[in-house]
Design a protein around this ligand. Structure first.
Ligand code: ADP
Ligand code: MG
Length: 699
C-alpha cells in the first residue's frame, strides 16, 4: 500500500503540474514527504520592526512599517517594473515589482500604512527591496504578528512563482493533510533515552514554531534523527562487509612490485611508505579492504595506487584504477609506462571515447586475464565489463562516485575486490572517521621534498595590465601558465561565454606565433580536448585556458603560474585544488586570484585565507567553520559529500558523536537489527538514502 507521503507533489492543493515541475527541478521536491522534510533554513521574529535608516549591507530578511508615498512604473517589456516608495519616518526605500504589477497597483494606496517584509538589496548607491510581501498595517494584522516565521531557501526561478509566504502556506496545507499519517521513525526507547520529542511535534514546530523553546526541541530531534540514521547506515554497511565477505589475500611481493619500485626516480616519502604498509596489512588480513586515502594535492597518491596495484598483479590478480574524467584517466595511463620496464605488466585504457574494436579487445583481455591493470573512467563500471579476477579497485577522487557505484565494482568478480578510494579534498580527520564510517582512513600528510611554497596573491580587475606583464615575464623565462574559469551548472551558458571571451582576450594580448595558447573545456570533442591538453603538457603551449576541468589532477611540472578568474565564485577546497596544479616543479610558483573590486564578506574571507596558508587541512577546517546550513542561494561548491536536510556537520559534531556511539552500541548488541525493539530501525533504514553530492562541479 502506498503511503500518503509518497504522493506526487502536484496533487497538493495549490501546487499543480507547473509548480510541481519547478519544485522538482529547483529544490528536488517531488513528493509530499520531500516537501514535509524541506525545512526553513532560518527564522525571523515578526514582532520586530526595523527602520529604513538601519538597513545596511548585512541586513537579511527584515520587516518594515511605513506609508507608501509614491508609485510609478518604469521600463518596458521584461524590464517593466512598478516602484512603490515607502517612507517610515526615518528614511525612504523603493519597493520593486517586476511581476504582478497590475495587481499591486490596485492593492497599494498612496498615503496608506503597510507592513513590508523582504530582503534589502543594493541598487546603485541605494537599497531597495524586490518583491517584498506587503500587507496593510491593520490592527488585526499587527496583533497576529509576534511569532517566529520560517524562511525557506529558494531559487531565482522559484521566487517569481512562489514567494516565502506562499511556500509556507503550502507547508501548512500539507501538514494538516498528512498530520495524522505521520509515523514515528525512532523507537520509544531512543526517544526516552535521548530526551527527544516525537516526530509529529517536531515536524509541526520546525515549520510553524509555537515558541523559541518548541523550535529548539524540534531542531534537536530532527538533527539527531538525521545524523543517527546516517551513522547507522554507514555502520551497518561496515558490519555487513566485515561479517559477510572475505577478502582476497595478497601474500606475495614479487617482480611487478619490486621492479616498479626500482624504477622510481625518487625515494618514497615517509608518508607514502606508511600508507603502503597500512594497505599491505589490509590485503593480508583475509578481510576485504575498504580504505580512504586522503592526501593533499601533490602528495603522491598516484604512486601509492600503482604500487598497490602491483601487489595484486604479483598474486595473479587484476587491478583497476578509475578516474573521474577522461583527461585524468589518460594522464594516469600515460604516466605508468615509465615505471613498467622489466615488469611484464600489461596495461590498458578504457574510457567513453575508446573505439568499438579497441573496446572489444579490452573486454576480452579483462575476461581472459591478459590485461593486468586497467585505467579508465565510469566506463569501467558498465555492466558489460567483466574481469577474470579483480583483486583491487582504486577510485581516484572519491566524491564523484557514490557508495552504490563503489559496490557495483564488487559484482565484477567472484570475490569482492579490495577497494582504495583516494581523495585530494582534505576532510578534517575526526570528521572523516565519522563521515566515512564504512571506510578506514589513511592520510598522506607529507609532500615530496623540494617543493617550494606557492605564493598566492589577490588582484582585482584594475590590475589586469599588471597581470599580463607578469605573465609575459614568466613566459619569457620558460614557464607555463594556467588560466581557469569557473564552471557552475546553473549558469553554464554564461560561464562558457566568459571562458570564450577570456580566451579571445588572451589570444589578443598574447598573439600567435610568439605565444601559443591552448584551451580545454567540457564542450569540446574528446579529440580536441586531448590535442590541446597534449600541446600544453608537452610544453608547446605557453598558456592553457580551461574550465575547472583541470582541477583534479593534471600534472605539468613546468607550469608555475595559476591564474584563477572570478575566484570569488569558487569554494575554498576548489581553490586549493586548483592551486595544487602548480608548485610541482623546481621553480617558484604563483597563484593569482582575480576578482572584481567588490566582494562579499564571505568571499573576501575565502580569498584572504588562500593568501595566508598553503595547508589543505587548515583550509578544510576553516571551510567547515564558515559553511552555514544548506542554502540554495548561490551554488554551493565546497561542502561535504553528503546532502543533509537540517544537521550541519561543522556545528553539530557533538550530536554526530552521540549518534554514532548510540549506533555502535545498538549494532554491537544486535548486528542484524533483529530484536523487535529495533524493528523500526531496520525498516526505516531501508527508506533513508543519503545522496552523495557532486561537490566539485567539473565538466
Ligand atoms: P596527487 O596526490 O595530487 O595525485 P601525484 O600522484 O600526481 O599527486 O604526484 C604529484 C607529483 O609528485 C608527480 O609528479 C609525482 O611523480 C611526484 N611524486 C610522487 N611521489 C614522489 C616522491 N616520493 N618524491 C618525489 N616526487 C614524487
Ligand atoms: Mg592525483
Amino acid at each position: 500500500m502506498s503511503h500518503i507521503l509518497d504522493s506526487d507533489i502536484k496533487y497538493l492543493p495549490g501546487v499543480g503540474p507547473r509548480r510541481a515541475e519547478l519544485l522538482q527541478k529547483e529544490l528536488g521536491i517531488s513528493t509530499f514527504g520531500d516537501m514535509l522534510r524541506f525545512y526553513p533554513f532560518r527564522y525571523v521574529d515578526r514582532s520586530k520592526f526595523y527602520s529604513v535608516r538601519e538597513i545596511d549591507s548585512t541586513s537579511a530578511f527584515i520587516q518594515l512599517r511605513g506609508r507608501i508615498v509614491a508609485m510609478q512604473t518604469l521600463g518596458e517589456h521584461k524590464a517593466r517594473r512598478l516602484i512603490a516608495t515607502l517612507d517610515d519616518g526615518t528614511a525612504r526605500i523603493d519597493l520593486v515589482f517586476f511581476q504582478g504589477i497590475k495587481w499591486m497597483q490596485d492593492k497599494l494606496r498612496i498615503g496608506k500604512e503597510y507592513v513590508v517584509f523582504g530582503k534589502p538589496s543594493v541598487f546603485g548607491q541605494e537599497y531597495n527591496m524586490v518583491h517584498p510581501e506587503v500587507d496593510e498595517a491593520t490592527l488585526e494584522r499587527l496583533q497576529s504578528l509576534g511569532t517566529l516565521m520560517g524562511i525557506y531557501s529558494s531559487t531565482e526561478k522559484l521566487k517569481g512563482v512562489l514567494n516565502n509566504k506562499a511556500f509556507a502556506k503550502l507547508e501548512a496545507t500539507l501538514l494538516s493533510k498528512v498530520y495524522d499519517s505521520i509515523e514515528e521513525t525512532l523507537p520509544q526507547y531512543i526517544l526516552d533515552r535521548m530526551h527527544l520529542c516525537g516526530l509529529k511535534f517536531a515536524l509541526k514546530n520546525i515549520h510553524f514554531p509555537e515558541s523559541v523553546q518548541a523550535l529548539a526541541k524540534a531542531q534537536d530531534r530532527l538533527k539527531f534523527e538525521e545524523l543517527f540514521y546516517l551513522e547507522l547506515s554507514l555502520l551497518k554497511q561496515k558490519v555487513v562487509r566485515t561479517n559477510g565477505s572475505t577478502g582476497v589475500v595478497l601474500k606475495h611481493i614479487g617482480n611487478a612490485f619490486n621492479r616498479t619500485y626500482a624504477n622510481l626516480p625518487f625515494p618514497l616519502t615517509g608518508a607514502q611508505k606508511r600508507v603502503l604498509h597500512e594497505i599491505r596489512s589490509d590485503v593480508l588480513s583475509g578481510k576485504q579492504m575498504n580504505r580512504l586515502l586522503q592526501g593533499d594535492v601533490g602528495s603522491g597518491k598516484t604512486l601509492v595506487a600503482i604500487l598497490s596495484a602491483m601487489m595484486a598483479v604479483d598474486n595473479g590478480y587484476q587491478a583497476c584504477i578509475m578516474a573521474p574524467t577522461e583527461v585524468l584517466a589518460n594522464q594516469h595511463y600515460n604516466g605508468i609506462f615509465k615505471y613498467l620496464e622489466g615488469t611484464g605488466v600489461n596495461v590498458a585504457l578504457l574510457t567513453g571515447s575508446t573505439k568499438t574494436a579497441e573496446r572489444r579487445r579490452i573486454h576480452a583481455g579483462l575476461e581472459d586475464g591478459s590485461i593486468h591493470i586497467i585505467f579508465g573512467t565510469h566506463a569501467l563500471i558498465e555492466d558489460t565489463v567483466q574481469f577474470r579476477n579483480l583483486g583491487l579497485a582504486v577510485i581516484d577522487e572519491q566524491h564523484r562516485f557514490g557508495v552504490e557505484q563503489r559496490s557495483r565494482l564488487w559484482s565484477k568478480s567472484e570475490v569482492a575486490p579490495h577497494i582504495l578510494v583516494m581523495t585530494a579534498t582534505p576532510i578534517p580527520r575526526t570528521l572523516a572517521m565519522t563521515l566515512y564510517g564504512d571506510l578506514d582512513v589513511s592520510v598522506l600528510d607529507e609532500l615530496p621534498p623540494g617543493r617550494k611554497p606557492i605564493q598566492t596573491v589577490h588582484w582585482t580587475e584594475t590590475q589586469r595590465g599588471k597581470l599580463y606583464e607578469f605573465m609575459k615575464q614568466q613566459i619569457k623565462v620558460g614557464r607555463q601558465i594556467f588560466i581557469v574559469y569557473p564552471l557552475i551548472k546553473e549558469s553554464e551558458k554564461m560561464d562558457y561565454k566568459n571562458l570564450e571571451e577570456g580566451y579571445m582576450a588572451i589570444t589578443e594580448a598574447f598573439p600567435a606565433p610568439e605565444y601559443v595558447t591552448a584551451v580545454v573545456h567540457g564542450r569540446q570533442k574528446a579529440e580536441d580536448k586531448a590535442f590541446d591538453m597534449e600541446l600544453f603538457a608537452k610544453g608547446r603551449a605557453n598558456i592553457l585556458v580551461a574550465t575547472s576541468v583541470i582541477e583534479v589532477g593534471v600534472d605539468v611540472p613546468n607550469a608555475s603560474v595559476m591564474v584563477i578568474e572570478s575566484a570569488e565564485r569558487f569554494g575554498l577546497s576548489q581553490l586549493h585544488q586548483l592551486r595544487g596544479r602548480v608548485g610541482r616543479g623546481a621553480e617558484k610558483s604563483y597563484c593569482i586570484l582575480m576578482t572584481g573590486y567588490k566582494l562579499s564578506a564571505e568571499s573576501r574571507k575565502r580569498i584572504d585565507l588562500m593568501c595566508q596558508t598553503n595547508d589543505g587541512f587548515e583550509l578544510a577546517e576553516a571551510d567547515l567553520r564558515m559553511r552555514g546550513p544548506g542554502d540554495f542561494e548561490g551554488t554551493r561548491q565546497s561542502g561535504l559529500a553528503i546532502d543533509l536536510h537540517i544537521a550541519d556537520l561543522a556545528k553539530d559534531s557533538p550530536v554526530l558523536t552521540t549518534a554514532r556511539s548510540l549506533g555502535e552500541e545498538i549494532l554491537a548488541a544486535d548486528p542484524l537489527l533483529k530484536d523487535p525493539r529495533n524493528e523500526l530501525l531496520q525498516r526505516h533504514l531501508r527508506d533513508v538514502r543519503f545522496e552523495m553530492k557532486d561537490y566539485s562541479m567539473i565538466s
